[in-house]
Design a protein around this ligand. Structure first.
Ligand code: GDP
Length: 391
């Protein structure tokens, strides 16, 4: 499907930048338009693939291009004040050619966390296309203020979007890595998962036709229940050279003999692995409202039977009666990958924990604020109030 993507804040911009790279490598054309919005000039300048004219610096009058310093209330205010500047960039997007908007933002910071929901609300007022967001939760080691920001932003994003797809940094942390190289790896993971999900349903002229191709409307219908979504992924690299044998090497034609039973079994087990493995937001899959399976790979390695079996299994596992499924043919790919979108999930202990830490952080911040006002008063004034200020 074709998306207008808006990267809001630093994390949002960086992930969008990676999406453009992925699109180019895969020839997938998911990103019909890309706009980066930030309050920090340096972050916008660091982007590589987003055209200069699509980088919007907001809040110059308030923060002079230096960012909002993890203050998401300020991020929201600045976005509201400068929404016309964001709209001007969106005016250049051929919106009639896009299937949906996707706002990408880190929920723990200030600019994307606060400004993202403001933009979602604005877009929903103006356009009829669905407005989705990809919200990134901070790692738990990032501390109280990031957790508090994320909990408040999460709540607001869910209210203002048609669906909030969540990626939890905490679930993807790798020890022993620098933050930056860690993020580079995490961002690759994000783009691979969401790239397959949104890449499905894009049948190009002269493109490959598989048995049951996922259409963009199936992605949209799955997300239409609203609320919160998570995505599972599993892949298996194909040993195509061995299968193709000497003959295929000589002729250059891959005359692969593909056994249909093993294709079916591979697909079924990839669907199970994808659903039960590491989700972008860990949750209990039971009670999921809707689901979509996308099987990506060379058409020969995809079949209707496998998807049908996988679909039934997901129905049993989630209890949902609305499980869709289909193919995303990619003949050049060396692997078969399954992406499982679970939409409208409600049993998410990680969010409950996040909220609890956020409430504690908020109480702490309030207590400290009160205490420090009192302490300052005691410091500045002499014990018996004998001194007076000058004026
Ligand atoms: P903003 O610029 O004020 O919106 O804030 P940032 O985007 O810099 O940071 C918000 C949160 O996003 C951080 O607390 C991190 O959890 C996360 N984050 C920052 N950069 C990246 C990134 O490149 N990838 C991922 N996955 N998360 C990031």
């Amino acid at each position: 499907m074709k998306l207008a993507m808006i990267g809001f804040g630093q994390a949002g911009g960086k992930v969008l930048d990676r999406f453009l790279e992925y699109d180019r490598e895969q020839g997938s054309e998911i990103v019909r338009a890309a706009v980066a919005v930030n309050t920090a000039k340096a972050d916008l300048m660091g982007l590589e693939n987003i055209p200069e004219e699509n980088r919007v610096l907001i809040g110059q009058a308030r923060v002079k291009g230096h960012g909002v310093g993890a203050d998401n209330e300020l991020g929201a205010e600045v976005a509201e004040e400068d929404i016309d500047e964001v709209q001007s960039a969106i005016d250049n997007i051929p919106v009639h050619e896009v299937d949906a908007f996707l706002i990408i933002a880190g929920l723990g910071g200030g600019t994307g966390s606060g400004g993202g929901p403001v933009l979602a609300k604005h877009l929903k007022r103006i356009y009829t296309e669905p407005v989705y967001a990809l919200g990134i939760l901070p790692g738990s080691e990032e501390g109280g203020i990031y957790t508090l920001n994320a909990a408040r932003s999460f709540q607001t994003f869910v209210r203002e979007t048609d669906n909030l797809l969540v990626f939890d940094n905490d679930n993807w942390r790798q020890s022993g890595e620098s933050v930056e190289s860690g993020y580079a790896e995490i961002n690759r993971e994000i783009v691979e998962r969401f790239g397959i999900l949104f890449g499905a349903g894009e049948i190009r002229e002269g493109g490959e036709v598989a048995e049951s191709v996922v259409d963009s409307s199936e992605v949209i219908n799955t997300l239409a229940c609203g609320g919160v979504s998570t995505v599972g992924y599993a892949s298996e690299t194909l040993d195509r050279e061995r299968k193709g044998g000497l003959l295929s090497k000589l002729t250059g034609e891959a005359e692969e003999e593909v056994d249909s039973t093993s294709t079916t079994n591979r697909i079924t087990s990839l669907v199970r692995k994808g659903t039960l493995g590491r989700l972008t937001l860990p949750c209990e899959v039971g009670g999921t409202e809707r689901a979509l399976l996308v099987l990506a790979g060379p058409p020969k390695y995809l079949n209707r039977k496998g998807i049908e079996r996988g679909r039934k299994w997901v129905e049993d596992e989630t209890g949902s009666m609305e499980v869709r499924g289909g193919d995303y043919p990619r003949s050049r790919s060396e692997k078969v990958a399954s992406v499982v979108l679970l939409s409208g999930v409600t049993n998410v202990p990680r969010i409950k924990e996040l909220q609890q830490v956020a409430v504690e952080a908020q109480e702490n911040i309030d207590d400290l604020r009160d205490a420090s006002a009192e302490n300052l008063d005691q410091l500045v004034n002499d014990n018996d109030d004998e001194l007076e200020p000058l004026f």
